[in-house]
Design a protein around this ligand. Sequence first.
Ligand code: FAD
Length: 297
Amino acid sequence: MTTHATQAAQAVTLPASLEEAVAALTAMPAAVPVAGGTDLMAAVNSGHLRPAGLVGLGRISEIRGWQYQDGHALLGAGLTHARMGRPDFAALIPALAAASRAAGPPQIRNAGTLGGNIVTAAPTGDSLPVLAALEATLVVAGPGGQRDIPVSHLLAGRAMLEPGELIAFVRAPLLHAPQVFFKATGRTGPGRATASVALVLDPARRAVRCAVGAIAQMPLRPLEAEAWIASLVDWDGERRLAPEACEAFGEYVAAACIPDPPRPDDGGEAPALAPGVLHLRRTVAALARRALGRALS
Ligand SMILES: Cc1cc2nc3c(=O)[nH]c(=O)nc-3n(C[C@H](O)[C@H](O)[C@H](O)COP(=O)(O)OP(=O)(O)OC[C@H]3O[C@@H](n4cnc5c(N)ncnc54)[C@H](O)[C@@H]3O)c2cc1C
């Protein structure tokens, strides 16, 4: 179905399937997809974006739910934060549910989607550190069929969506183990993250995976800290760690993501971190320590 918005030259297409959406985008390369519109319409309203056409994704039922596939969940890109925050979803991917519950006020969570969160790729996107820690894969639909992209490649700009392509699904592993998402904001109540930490346990691979959000353009993975703490966990036993180990993990994560300034060439003392940066590092350390403690409790 095609209607014409009141603004001249703005065609709005409302496809009912992924195939139709890809066809619409291919037919009008200057058109952009819109899901919940919480990011896109803000850009339009502020005058930053004047798309020649819109392809609305809201009627495509195949991307609004999830299905199971080889030990993974295939999450529709049109899943709203509100839907992912519900208990049945939280039983599958607890960290993504926790991030969705923290993603803005209720009216935003009712409209905003997983796919929109990924494509906007704001540093404060709450789903992004979770997807990084899960090592999720994007399933992209386009004129040539479907292809997979690791989510980290899209966020790092190593892979781009081609003309006519859409994010159709996100493939996330079902780990059947504790997962945590914690977010710090600059104020009480809903707000954008100043720092966030997603942490997942992967008992099958004897791994702890952690990603820190909001402090850089894309989520950061402190790989050495992950490997170190995973080596201390008794995977066949109680999986508990002493508080000192959790504390050290927090410091390790924070120092890896917010390193000390380099030493000067003359070998003198490294300059101190600026107070704001030091505060951010302490926040990351506290979030990572608490996330690990919660996951192992
Ligand atoms: C007041 C307010 C508070 C917010 N607070 C938070 C917060 O706390 N945490 C947070 O993470 N976010 C927050 N957001 C941001 C926003 O709600 C999320 O990023 C949301 O997930 C975007 O989804 P959407 O469906 O609304 O995307 P849209 O606005 O519809 O689209 C965003 C971008 O993604 C593209 N797109 C959408 N779906 C697809 C797809 N399937 N394939 C390809 N491209 C696609 C669009 O073309 C556009 O470029 C907030 C926004 C507002 C306005």
